[in-house]
Design a binder for this molecule. Structure first.
Ligand SMILES: Cc1cc2nc3c(=O)[nH]c(=O)nc-3n(C[C@H](O)[C@H](O)[C@H](O)COP(=O)(O)OP(=O)(O)OC[C@H]3O[C@@H](n4cnc5c(N)ncnc54)[C@H](O)[C@@H]3O)c2cc1C
Length: 373
């Protein structure tokens, strides 16, 4: 079966890779529009303390974490060894150990329910977090969980696409529009070229609603701008630092390669596709980030990235086949957790496109669930 994937962020790249593994004839197309979330994303993989406690979402995001090591191994078998995914552990910090009680309780509940990927949970007294992440304020206490990971979006995206290309996928560049016949989607148009297909997967991130609008299909997903700062420090081995997970505060820190520490990020709902770095956005992140980690005061500002998170209205992904439009699969709306959930969501989208059974039930994520309102 021939399948076209629109969008080659983390979700589309994963869908393309898995489709080739499942034996499909695969075309993928990307517009390279500025603001791809996968490029800007921080890459914290730690969904167990998410504000979204919907059981369907927990099932999806926890399964996504479980799938990561298997995916990395499969990419490695395909010769893609440059994936930057590391189990660096995570730290939740607070002004006192008492403030962390609810965090510890929640992690323990998950562990009791068998979520062993969380790893070991340790409470650290005041000063403990700084021993693990030397830029932090020495007055912070923390909880350390050994199972949190860090992934860099772009190398993983490229590894998935390269593996798909090696397996015969065809890459197209440009902005795709959906081609239909009656109610059904039957392919895409890219510039003047029409590519017909048995199914089309829309994995166009925050742009997915625009893409589906001509079908009279209303997708409740919109861009949320995130501005994220890359600082350069004088120390090496920054990639081994644990991630400072945003739980009691909205802000976070993590180490990247090449002496970079990443500080994030703004969450600008209603931003539209305004791809600008703003003084207010940078000031907000610096103020909150340096409050957590005053040791970064002397770091230099190496880069500022801007990305549009695909945010759904109700916080749940849009993942499934819209009932009104045969031939179409939607895979987006992963919001703040798209680098965590995206690779697994791409696998599920590939199976949906081929009419195969999925690893978990995607009921509840119907992409047109709000269209009757
Ligand atoms: C600042 C920031 C920090 C983040 N931190 C984390 C984190 O720590 N952990 C985590 O799990 N997630 C994080 N995320 C979220 C994560 O990055 C996103 O949810 C995820 O990358 C979304 O992937 P995607 O493939 O759906 O969309 P995208 O990566 O945005 O890709 C969509 C692609 O579709 C293409 N496209 C759009 N329209 C068309 C068209 N008509 N034709 C062809 N191509 C088209 C675009 O060019 C783009 O390449 C963060 C995001 C941001 C912005």
């Amino acid at each position: 079966m021939k399948i076209v994937v629109v969008g080659a962020g983390i979700v589309g790249a994963s869908a393309a890779f898995h489709l080739t593994e499942l034996g499909a004839e695969v075309y993928f197309v990307d517009s390279n529009t500025p603001g791809r979330a996968t490029f800007a994303g921080a890459g914290i993989v730690c969904p167990w303390l998410s504000q979204n406690r919907d059981p369907r979402y927990e099932e999806l995001s926890f399964a996504a974490v479980r799938y990561y090591p298997e995916l990395i191994a499969r990419l490695s078998t395909a010769g893609e060894t440059g994936v930057d995914y590391d189990l660096v552990g995570g730290l939740v910090v607070a002004d006192s150990v008492q403030q962390l009680d609810s965090v510890v309780r929640r992690l323990q509940e998950h562990l009791e329910h068998g979520v062993k990927e969380i790893g070991q949970v340790r409470v650290l007294p005041i000063g403990g977090p700084k021993e693990l992440f030397p830029y932090l304020d020495s007055r912070l206490a923390g909880v350390h969980l050994s199972g949190a990971a860090r992934v860099t979006g772009e190398p993983l995206r490229m590894a998935l696409l390269n593996a798909a290309l090696k397996a015969g996928a065809v890459q197209l560049s440009g902005t795709a529009a959906l081609e239909r016949s009656g109610n059904a989607v039957v392919g895409v148009r890219v510039d003047d070229e029409i590519v017909s297909a048995g199914a089309v997967i829309v994995a166009a991130g925050a742009w997915s609603a625009d893409l589906c609008r001509p079908l009279n299909l209303r997708l409740e997903v919109e861009p949320q701008r995130g501005q994220i700062l890359h600082l350069r420090v004088s120390e090496a081995n920054t990639e081994a630092l644990p991630v400072i997970v945003p739980v009691l505060s909205d802000y976070y820190l993590l180490g990247f390669h090449e002496s970079r520490v990443v500080m994030g990020a703004t969450r600008e709902t209603g931003s539209g596709f305004d791809f600008r770095i703003t003084a207010g956005g940078v000031a907000e992140v610096l103020q909150e980030g340096l409050r957590l980690a005053p040791g970064l005061n002397t770091a230099t500002l190496a880069e500022i990235r801007v990305g549009f998170r695909p945010i759904s209205k109700d916080g749940l992904p849009l993942l499934g086949r819209p009932w009104s439009t045969p031939g179409l699969v939607i895979a987006t709306g992963l919001g703040r957790y798209g680098l965590t959930v995206g690779p697994f969501a791409g696998l599920l989208a590939a199976k949906l496109a081929l009419g195969e059974a999925t690893e978990i039930n995607v009921a509840g994520f119907e992409p047109d669930r709000n269209s009757a309102e």
